[in-house]
Design a protein around this ligand. Sequence first.
Ligand code: ASP
Length: 329
Amino acid sequence: MKKILIIHTGGTFGMTPIEPDEQLAPGNIQNQILQYIPEIQNLANIDVVIPFNLDSSNIGIREWEILSELVHTNIDNYEGFVVIHGTDTMVYTASALSFSLRNLRKPVVFTGSQRPLSKLRTDARFNLIDAVELATMAVPEVMIIFGQRILRGNRAKKISIINYNAFDSPNYPLLGEIGINISINYEYVLKPEDSYFHEKGFTKNLAVLSIYPSLNLNNYLPVLDSEINGIILRGFGAGHLPLVAPNWMDFLKKARDKNIMIFIGSHSRHGSVNLDLYESGKEAKDLGAIGLHTMTIEAAYVKLMRIFHQTTEPQKVIGRLHTSWAGEI
Ligand code: ASP
């Protein structure tokens, strides 16, 4: 039987509800998993580790490094890895691992749940069974399995706070779906050719600002005085920013004068940022703004945290950003 490592990191999955106020507290997850879902032991030889037990809002660089190190040091000891993680920031951690465990040859499957494992009608049970089975298969990617769908981790977005289908992959096909069988769309799965390597390091010198109509630009100017290498602006549609007062080109000019790189994403989920389509995109591009193409803001944010750790030289930053590392673009 294949060996699978389950890494529990927290989130709703293992929380124990205390009636009647429904306050959620961390449960004794290791016992719970094998008590509530003993049949996963028919799928694989399971080991469980709990490097930390956090609401995923509290997970960041430190935890990403712990997790990637944990998978890396065990890469030859297990056939696959399952990471139980809160849904709120799952896509960030999945992106971080996809950028740390490069040219991965084994499945790393993220999952979690909308209802705790110990509750009636929980989705934790099926999500974990599906995740363990997927981790035994030859799908060499960092994935999310949730609500019977398999998504590339760095392409996924959390789309629902309440539905069991909590994630979507708006700019890339599903890697698979769960029905009677687990069916994998192998044509969309990564086929790593270069050697596997593990890479660490993220910087925090990056900000993300969302643009809204008539937003007071002056409130955002202090960001340009902070210790920062780049700013992602979430624009409209194909990546547009307002040109009438407040004219965001003023912001871009000030950023350029301070050697702060500007990246443009979109409020829209589907399609590609294209700065050549309309006037504001072209103006922004002329001022040095760089489109995020088809990347999710989440994946681009994590990727830039890695890139700025490696280099702040603009041409290198752009080249790395627009090169696929793990199918994120
Ligand atoms: N707040 C929880 C978390 O992300 C929600 C969840 O697990 O779904 O950790």
